[in-house]
Design a protein around this ligand. Structure first.
Ligand code: HEM
Length: 109
């Protein structure tokens, strides 16, 4: 199984200044080109690679898109006054998990 965390943290693979690298995994803009187009860094492998690559990738991508779009359509997400923004360093488990944080979720009218 491909260790995605090791792959992203390896300085020999990750070249932050290059468009073909993953760079800092906390920087979402790494998926955008200078002109605003979509970029997929060559080392971005959340579904693994090679003969054991995830067979559910297409389904997972559709589900994630619909799930996220529906949440954003129906709710407004915002920072809670007086509470800090989420710590983006993450906690390493089977996957990199966020530390607990507060967020305000209000149904859209
Ligand atoms: C966000 C969702 C998902 C992620 C991040 C994910 C990620 C992965 C990864 C990293 C592997 C291992 C690849 C390797 O061994 O190198 C894998 C394997 C696999 N995934 Fe997923 N997966 C997701 C969703 C799904 C879904 C929805 C299905 C089925 C409907 C699925 C079915 C499988 C199967 C059957 C394998 C084993 C493939 C094999 O060993 O030949 N996955 N997945």
């Amino acid at each position: 199984m491909t260790s995605v965390h090791t792959l992203y943290g390896n300085p020999h693979i990750v070249k932050p200044s290059s468009n073909s690298s993953c760079g800092d995994i906390r920087v979402i803009e790494r998926f955008l080109s200078v002109s605003g187009g979509k970029l997929t860094p060559a080392c971005f492998l959340p579904f693994g690679a090679g003969p054991r690559v995830c067979v559910g990738e297409s389904l997972a991508r559709i589900e994630l898109f619909l799930f996220t779009a529906r949440l954003l359509q129906r709710f407004r997400f915002s920072k809670v006054a007086g509470k800090p923004l989420p710590d983006l360093s993450g906690r390493l488990g089977v996957v990199l998990q966020p530390e607990k944080f507060s967020v305000s979720i209000i149904p859209r009218g």
